[in-house]
Design a protein around this ligand. Structure first.
Ligand SMILES: *[C@@H]1O[C@H](CO)[C@@H](O)[C@H](O)[C@H]1NC(C)=O
Ligand SMILES: *[C@@H]1O[C@H](CO)[C@@H](O)[C@H](O)[C@H]1NC(C)=O
Length: 308
């Protein structure tokens, strides 16, 4: 173990003599810019390069617009904004911000003091927010085939300004025909942009519905999407009239049916009464060859008896 360390050290010192005294041989490496998401934990991944055995004594994070340090770690004690910390002091100089806020946006300088000297780097943090799932609507609420229609797709609470694209049921891109309105809203340190996209049809073809609107963030990464079904006046009218047609037919069938039943009943009574009055049996016995035809015969007999 110790021999290995000695060997490592001697190899190291061959190429980079006096590492520990000047501290110039190693690098503090942090990403020059980090995109954070508001409300979430952000990690700024930093590494020591060119050195293995190194321990951190202290760190100082300062925003370029401020004199006071944003965050400090010194003698294992954190001070400053309590949302800031070292992700894992043993593992390296990576920084962690819990519940990232828009006010964390900016340019920072980060100084790390170690047992092998100290280094300072600069980096920037920008803060974004994801758009909520879009809400769709139409104007007018009930669209009529071949008439004017505005389709809306609104997405809020995202930042920075994003984009909304439109597609119909067959995947045809209608974005060119749409108009995007962006409304910025900064309140209580929370930045957001409300997106409202309007797709206008002078004469809408309802057969190409449903429409899909997709919300992208400022880097063209999809944040959400929504499907817009069209409430059609034409279709509803047809449904209504066909519905009442069915009702009419049912009513008609019922009326005719009850008339027939009534008539049959009346004839049956009539015939029974005639039979009771000692009327001769059927005048057409030849027709009584089938039992199933009994009622038919009854009818005929009835007819006959009416005539007689
Ligand atoms: C979407 O935004 C437009 C324009 O601001 C508005 O007219 C429409 O009512 C909104 N739709 C919904 C569902 O909020
Ligand atoms: C749809 O059209 C928009 C505007 O012309 C364009 O920016 C976008 O790339 C198109 N999307 C696809 C998937 O073709």
């Amino acid at each position: 173990m110790s021999s290995r360390i000695i060997m490592l050290f001697s190899v190291f010192s061959l190429f980079t003599p006096a590492v520990r005294s000047t501290g110039d041989a190693w690098i503090l490496d942090c990403p020059s810019s980090t995109v954070a998401i508001a409300g979430q934990t952000t990690v700024i991944r930093c590494h020591f390069r060119g050195i293995k055995d190194i321990s951190i004594f202290a760190v100082f994070l300062t925003k370029d617009t401020q004199d006071k340090t944003t965050f400090e770690m010194y003698r294992d004690k954190n001070s400053g904004d309590p949302r800031f910390s070292l992700e894992n002091q043993k593992m390296g100089p990576s920084l962690q911000i819990s519940e990232t806020m828009f006010s964390d946006e900016g340019q920072y300088s980060y100084r790390v003091v170690t047992d092998s000297g100290d280094k300072e780097v600069e980096f920037s943090i920008s803060v974004t927010a994801k758009y909520k799932d879009p809400i769709t609507s139409t104007w007018p609420q009930t669209v009529t085939e071949g008439k004017l229609a505005d389709l809306y797709c609104n997405a809020t609470d995202g930042y920075p300004a994003g984009f909304i694209h439109w597609f119909d049921r067959s995947g045809t891109n209608w974005t060119m025909n749409s108009e995007l309105i962006k409304v910025r809203n900064d309140s209580n340190g929370v930045k957001s942009v409300a997106l409202s996209s309007k797709l206008t049809f002078k004469s809408i073809d309802i057969n190409i519905a449903p429409f899909r609107c997709i919300v992208f963030n400022s880097k063209y990464v999809q944040d959400g999407e929504s499907t817009l079904e069209i409430q059609s006046a034409i279709r509803e009218e047809t449904k209504d009239s066909s519905g009442s047609n069915t009702t009419n037919i049912v009513a008609g069938v019922m009326v005719i049916g009850s008339l027939i039943v009534g008539l049959l009943f009346a004839l049956l009574c009539f015939r029974k009464r005639n039979a009771q009055h000692g009327r001769r049996p059927s005048t057409h016995p030849i027709l009584n060859y089938e039992q199933g035809k009994a009622s038919e015969d009854d009818l005929e007999n009835g007819d006959n008896s009416f005539e007689h």
